[in-house]
Design a protein around this ligand. Structure first.
Ligand code: MG
Length: 395
């Protein structure tokens, strides 16, 4: 089959007169520094425009309908499925990031559709067992370029997802892919007032997604860790940012029933970070005279007030040392990494056990990468099942 031209094209179909065009809507709603949909560099493979959905709305829908996105429901965020069913999965984390990112984008009059698409995409490349799984695959593929969940997200949506007869992948818009690409090469910095010079910053919508990711996981990991009793409320109370929020809760006129303290704390943790970010960023945006493009600034624009940014770094350190390195999670990490390493070696030595699409994939990327990609696509449960099926077992 001959594939269509690889020339990038924009969605160009005009909507019927009864519909408001995307351009007209965005002209009313978006600020001059936002990235408007009409400015997209288009898609790799030519497609006609849609009657009433803009390019980034279509991207969002393509991501949500993909198999890789659905599998996020079976992938752990920080805590595994056998630790209960209250805590976040990679999917619910993604939805919380998207929710926070949309709130920020709307308040700052940025392109919500673009932000939403990038937020939904940002963790789609996570392998089973979170960062433990990523580290194991990275070591397994050390001689073949390593493994990064941010890069694998692009492999999934540009090559592995099969939904269209005309092209591989989802054929997402250039800006959505570019936003994800930014996550590979460097962590997008989040601004603080008077921040230091850094690398050239991407478009504002990309910066919003990065900020929303941090806000969401800081708050929900506190919630989950308290619920799972990995940490007590008294241990958390003096931690930066948490202490500020607790003082606000104590000063509030409404009394909080003991059974709702955790929920109120987490809600206020999100609110104080989002509010600080919107306040501080609004001030920086006032100084932008017009359109904003990557390279216009080496200082990040999207970010919180300095005091809140410093406090949240204190919270992040606490989470790292007390939660992410908790003995219960370290044990999970060891077991997960042993399984992935074992399965990687097993499939390398038994390539016929790979599903047919990955046997074909070997011809393009070689056996180690194809095996790594097969493992990276698995849910935690499926990975465990495959390990139990193929490994010799205890006896
Ligand atoms: Mg994330």
């Amino acid at each position: 089959m001959t594939l269509p031209t690889t020339k990038k094209v924009r969605d160009t179909v005009e909507p019927p007169s009864s519909f408001e065009s995307i351009d007209s809507r965005e002209q009313k709603l978006l600020a001059a520094y936002a990235f408007p949909s009409h400015a997209t560099r288009g898609r790799k493979y030519s497609e006609p425009g849609h009657r009433y959905r803009g390019p980034f709305q279509r991207d969002r829908d393509r991501i949500v309908h993909s198999a890789a996105f659905r599998r996020l429901s079976g992938k752990m965020q920080v805590f595994t499925g056998d630790m209960g069913d209250y805590h976040r999965t990679r999917l619910t984390h993604t939805m919380e990031v998207t929710s926070v990112a949309r709130t920020i984008a709307r308040a700052l009059r940025l392109n919500e559709d673009l932000v939403e698409a990038m937020a939904l995409l940002h963790d789609i490349g996570h392998p089973p067992f979170g960062h433990a799984g990523e580290d194991a695959l990275d070591a397994c593929l050390a001689d073949a370029g390593g493994f990064s969940h941010n890069a694998f997200a692009l492999t999934l949506v540009e090559e592995l997802e099969q939904r269209y007869p005309e092209f591989p992948g989802l054929n997402l818009s250039h800006e959505v892919l570019e936003g994800q690409r930014t996550r590979i090469h460097k962590k997008v910095e989040v601004a603080t007032s008077g921040g230091q010079d850094g690398p050239t910053q991407p478009i504002l919508e990309v910066q919003v997604v990065e900020a929303a990711d941090g806000i969401a996981y800081n708050a929900h990991d506190v919630d989950d860790a308290l619920k799972l009793e990995l940490v007590t409320f008294d241990e958390l109370a003096p931690v930066p940012l948490v202490d500020t929020v607790i003082r606000e809760m104590q000063a509030a006129s409404t009394s909080i029933p003991p059974q709702l303290v955790r929920q109120v704390l987490v809600r206020r943790l999100v609110d104080c970070q989002v509010s600080s970010l919107i306040e501080a960023t609004s001030g920086r945006l006032l100084r932008l005279a017009g359109p904003y493009a990557p390279g216009d600034s080496t200082d990040p624009i999207i970010g919180m007030e300095t005091s809140v940014a410093v406090a949240r770094r204190g919270l992040a350190e606490f989470l790292f040392h007390r939660i992410y390195r908790h003995p219960r999670l370290l044990k999970v990490r060891c077991v997960a990494q042993d399984r992935l390493r074992w399965l990687f070696q097993f499939y390398l030595e038994h390539l016929t056990e790979l599903p047919e699409p990955f046997r074909r994939r070997m011809r393009t990327v070689g056996p180690p990468r194809a095996v790594g990609e097969y493992l990276a696509g698995m849910t935690d449960r499926y990975c465990t099942e495959q390990y139990e099926r193929h490994s010799p077992g205890p006896g």
